[in-house]
Design a protein around this ligand. Structure first.
Ligand SMILES: C[S@@+](CC[C@H](N)C(=O)[O-])C[C@H]1O[C@@H](n2cnc3c(N)ncnc32)[C@H](O)[C@@H]1O
Length: 222
């Protein structure tokens, strides 16, 4: 990832400082683009439905993990409607506190709220049917992302699936000094996924997002 994250500790602490100041709202989660949340969720639902079901080789609907969950925007409208139980992990405690009310009645079906950076988080082995990682990989260094994906693979149930949905740059690694993150191009993301020993089993571009923002791609991994 070059120089950007050479000083790893400030790369992470600057991001934590940034997110601590962001309001715990859908708009806050999406950098002022709260209005695209419905399109995002509809696209994700259609993507995930291709894999879920009861037959041989289908992904189960028991338990999902929402990574970099924030206030639970994705848990509320995508994961809790599809899975019996959902765990949330995020580095910002205030967002997880907000999730408890934001998720309403369905908060009953949240198993755990883990306040932890993904660079340190160890999901329990053999636990999840789906591990959803959206708009957060840019906060991890290359090595930490690869290591996290490896731990995620161990945490999957049979026929389980890891999904990365994130911004992709046109070319190379584009740093964002405001929130202390990077945006990688699709080839770089695919290479890191390969280094983690995972295979891309399906890939789509999210359509109908505003033209001025990064392209967003969704990758299903096993
Ligand atoms: C752009 S928001 C996306 C939230 C959610 N995934 C969504 O799409 O609504 C990024 C989230 O990542 C969290 N975050 C930032 N760095 C993190 C890290 N190293 N580990 C875990 N979460 C992190 C922030 O607290 C914030 O909730």
């Amino acid at each position: 990832m070059g120089d950007v994250a050479e000083d790893k500790s400030s790369f992470y602490s600057n991001a934590e400082d940034y997110w601590r100041e962001v309001p715990p709202t859908v708009d806050g989660m999406l950098g002022g683009y709260g209005s695209i949340s419905s399109i995002d969720i509809s696209g994700s639902k259609a993507f995930l439905r291709k894999f879920l079901g009861d037959g041989e080789g289908k992904t189960g609907k028991g338990r999902a993990l929402d990574c970099g969950a924030g206030i639970g925007r994705i848990s509320k409208r995508l994961l809790l409607p599809l899975f019996r139980t959902v765990d949330l992990v995020d580095v910002t405690q205030e967002f997880l506190d907000k999730a408890r009310t934001f998720l309403g009645d369905d908060a009953k079906r949240v198993g755990n709220y883990y306040c932890c950076g993904l660079q340190e988080f160890v999901p329990e082995p053999d636990r999840y049917d789906v591990i959803w990682i959206q708009w957060v990989i840019g906060h991890l260094t290359d090595d930490h992302l690869v290591a996290f994906l490896r731990r995620c693979q161990k945490a999957l149930r049979p026929a389980g699936l890891i999904v990365i949905k994130d911004n992709v740059s046109y070319e190379g690694v584009v740093p964002d000094d405001v929130d202390s993150s990077v945006c990688r191009d699709l080839d770089i993301v695919r290479r890191l996924v390969g280094r983690a020993g995972l295979r891309v089993v399906h890939e789509e571009q999210q359509l109908n997002f505003p033209k001025e923002i990064y392209q967003v791609h969704t990758l299903a991994l096993r």
